[in-house]
Design a protein around this ligand. Sequence first.
Ligand code: SAH
Ligand code: SF4
Ligand code: F3S
Length: 477
Amino acid sequence: MSSVTRGPRKLYVKSYGCQMNVYDSQRMADVLAREGYVETSTPDDADVLVLNTCHIREKAAEKVYSELGRLRVLKQDAARDGRRLTVAVAGCVAQAEGEEIIRRAPVVDLVVGPQSYHRLPDLVARAAETGRVVDTEFPAEDKFDHLAAPSAAATRSRGAAAFVTVQEGCDKFCSFCVVPYTRGAEFSRPVAKILAEVEGLVAAGVKEIRLIGQNVNAWHGDGPDGRAWSLARLLHRLAEVPGVARLRYTTSHPRDMDDALIAAHRDLPALMPQLHLPVQSGSDRVLDAMNRRHDRAEYLRVIERLKTARPDIALSSDFIVGFPGETEAEFRDTLALVDEVGFASAYSFKYSPRPGTPAADSDDQVSEAEKADRLARLQARIDHHAAAFNAATVGRTAAVLFENPGRHDGQMTGKSPWMQAVQVMAPPSVKGEIHTVRITGTGTNSLYGALVSPLRHDVHGGRDAPDAAMRVASGGH
Ligand code: SAH
Ligand code: SF4
Ligand code: F3S
């Protein structure tokens, strides 16, 4: 066997799409590590190569096929060296397209859907033997129970902020979205399992826990008391775990922002003043056609309450422009909403018709030129507010969790409580630590800051930012 002569077998995983995929890619690496696979950072010497794919927009899905085209050459090169490269496609494209992928790209040996990752060792072994293995079932067993916990060394190599999937799937069925089909029905992991995972992560040095789920605030897992807990209650419990300095959660749906969750932003110092709350559109008619289950006024009310609970909260959102039938006036309602909320940052996308979703069948599609024009105008408004938000932090102090070396020699980069990247001249030893930083300026994609000397550990941070400045920055008044 090649592993005898070549040492441990190597695994290369590439993630596309959302944070759920990043988390899943890590679990795939962990489950294969048990079989002796070691992760490699380049595809060139891999024995198993996994593309963990995203199906959310056409462009995202098409990227996979261009990547697979390039892999044909890599696989031939490996064969010439007497090595078998096993190519696997995982994630949402795998779930949506199944064996069609192998038909279109015969370089693929294995197609594995998100609910079958715990079966990877067996699937990979079979695929390496025979090729053409497809598993896109939704098995009854809880895959999370069978996915490996990372080793402390693996956790440390992934940094001081870690994702923990607490919820998967979606029952909302927005009319444009593939997620309910690729990820299935909503599922919440129980409290005990989440707690055990979080305790393992902090024991290995993680400081910040990011709870993730396609609809994370719809989470309602079983508590140790036998009752269903709310996300607010879970956050309160996690804040008590020694070593958890920071908590975040994403992505939330406006409909599921309940009173207790909003109050947690006021009451929990570990809960960072930041929330991603996609709204998609500012027009009631479009929101209804999207089947979003909230209108503009309801969304704005949630925002108002969040700002009351935590005046310095940094809000971000997702927008879709050119949804079928969207008029210029309706699009302007979206621009007005952006001005009203003054988001700290936001993602915006051209509507992409997805096979099998109701909106794709509408014969009222907006032209590509119109979509491009609206996207540019929306992004300009978003950029304007983001710059204002960032500028308002200049001159303030903030607690920064340092993660990586910065862009230039001697710099380290980390995250502010408001999720901004901050570049700071600092020794490499600050990695994984939280220090107080004075924000000195703004760059294109990050802020600049200076360590407040002497190095002072800051447990949570964020509270010392003057609320008035942040309110102006986030567009209130
Ligand atoms: N669960 C989250 C987000 C899921 S997907 C939510 O409920 O909002 C991430 C983002 O992709 C969405 O918020 C939406 O803005 C965008 N998106 C989803 N489907 C899309 C489509 N068909 N075309 C363009 N953008 C889309
Ligand atoms: Fe998609 Fe809507 Fe579910 Fe979000 S809430 S994952 S946009 S269907
Ligand atoms: Fe993409 Fe699937 Fe995430 S479609 S956004 S990878 S849930």
